[in-house]
Write a protein that binds this ligand. Structure first.
Ligand code: PLP
Length: 401
């Protein structure tokens, strides 16, 4: 074959989420978009905060074309990196130099670059992810030349099961990826979990004489409800690399802006940072979008209005559990992870689809028998779907009356 087989397989096999999204568009054209309850995509429904649009307008008036649209240095504009470093200092008490901040094209780029920076290609390295996990991790990990290893969760709470992790960890473990608040479960890992996880990582790193890196994937950090706090992993573990993105916190997923922060407490922080720079270079990122770097410097303390998501979470969680569905109450992100009333999540997906409800069967997320409901949508759609969820519960005989 005159082309790369792995890339062809990735390109020709559309993700289930995209398939459902395409179906939703087709079905909407047939019966009316208001009659299809599409909960498939994690596209933020809350608009970017008004100050973001205002800042874009004033930047366009104030700055020169080169400042707005020219290349920046590969690791990002120095002033922007200082703004990010200062924010990390203010908010989490970590004294980090701008020279350990690397601006990226969102979390996907942050993760691909960080993995490529630490993994030794085709040397048998393994990267552990915690189920349920964002499906693209497999693509990023394998592309970096490592093997993906799945650690199973505590099924009752969907927290990390540190005992299971201990069984999966080995001399080959190069990194673990922690995503909290979690896609697809909405779970925020507790401080107790974080402490247990990081003390195991410390113990194993010492035992093997090699660091195991903790890659913190944090696009949902600000999307939390009811005063829950998300532990900042650099404060618990020195060998931490934070992969951040403004896609969800500022509702800017199409603009591709985020950053990597290498913990200053890491023994080889400068070397890892240079490796990040090299990985970004070899992946062809060149630099993060210039206009949006400038925007971040101006809107560093802004966050999207999370009340809409909280209201949707409350309506869905309260009603679905009242109907007899089983799910963990999510403290963050904008997903509800519901146990399928029959063991086969695909069969449940098809039955829900017959009622015009589109949810994502989650077998690819590393745990079987669940579906994900993305509630980043308007409240009318959430409320409009309730009667169909109730009918489905009746069909399955789970309805509490
Ligand atoms: N990580 C997780 C857990 C996500 O859910 C997403 C996007 O949905 C990403 C990373 C990628 O985010 P970005 O749009 O910033 O690349």
């Amino acid at each position: 074959m005159g082309y790369n087989k792995k890339s062809y397989a990735l390109g020709s096999r559309r993700s289930i989420i995209r398939e459902i999204f395409e179906y939703s568009k087709k079905r909407g054209a047939e019966i009316g978009y208001d009659k299809v309850f599409d909960f498939s995509l994690g596209n933020p429904s809350v608009p970017a905060p008004p100050e973001v649009n205002e800042a874009i307008k004033s930047l366009l008036c104030e700055k020169s074309s080169v400042e707005l649209h020219g290349y920046t240095s590969a690791q990002g504009d120095a002033t922007v990196r200082k703004t990010v470093a200062d924010k990390i200092g203010r908010e989490f008490g970590v004294d980090i130099s701008p020279n350990l901040i690397y601006m990226t094209c969102g979390a996907a780029a942050s993760l691909s670059i960080s993995l490529k920076a630490v993994v030794e290609e085709n040397a048998g390295d393994e990267v552990i992810v915690f189920a349920p996990f964002f499906t693209e991790y497999r693509v990023f990990v394998e592309n970096a030349g490592a093997c993906l290893v799945i650690s199973d969760p505590d099924e009752k709470t969907l927290e990390i099961d540190v005992c299971d992790l201990e069984k999966k960890i080995s001399k080959k473990t190069k990194a673990v990826i922690v995503n909290s608040p979690n896609n697809p479960s909405g779970v925020v890992y507790s401080e107790a979990t974080v402490k247990a996880l990081t003390s195991l990582l410390k113990k194993k790193s010492e035992e093997y004489g090699e660091p195991i890196y903790l890659i913190a994937d944090e696009p949902y950090r600000e999307l939390v409800y009811s005063g829950v706090t998300v532990p900042y992993l650099m404060n618990y573990y020195d060998n931490t690399i934070v992969c951040y993105s403004y896609s969800k916190s500022l509702s800017l997923p199409g603009e591709r802006i985020g950053y990597i922060a290498v913990s200053p407490k890491m023994k080889e922080a400068e070397k890892i940072y240079l490796s990040v720079c090299g990985a970004g270079r070899s992946l062809g990122y060149v630099c993060a979008p210039s206009l949006f770097q400038q925007l971040i410097a101006r809107c560093i303390d802004s966050t999207t209005d999370v009340n809409v998501y909280k209201e949707n979470r409350d309506v869905l969680y309260n009603n679905l559990t009242a109907y007899g569905y089983d799910c963990v109450k999510p403290d963050g992100a904008f997903y509800l992870f519901v146990k399928s009333p029959e063991p086969d999540a695909y069969a449940f997906f098809e039955r829900a689809k017959a009622h015009e409800i589109l949810v994502v069967p989650c077998d690819d997320f590393g745990i079987k028998g669940y579906v994900r409901i993305a509630y980043c949508t308007d409240k009318k759609r959430v409320e409009g779907a309730l009667p169909a969820f109730k009918t489905l519960a009746q069909e399955y005989g789970i309805l509490n009356e």
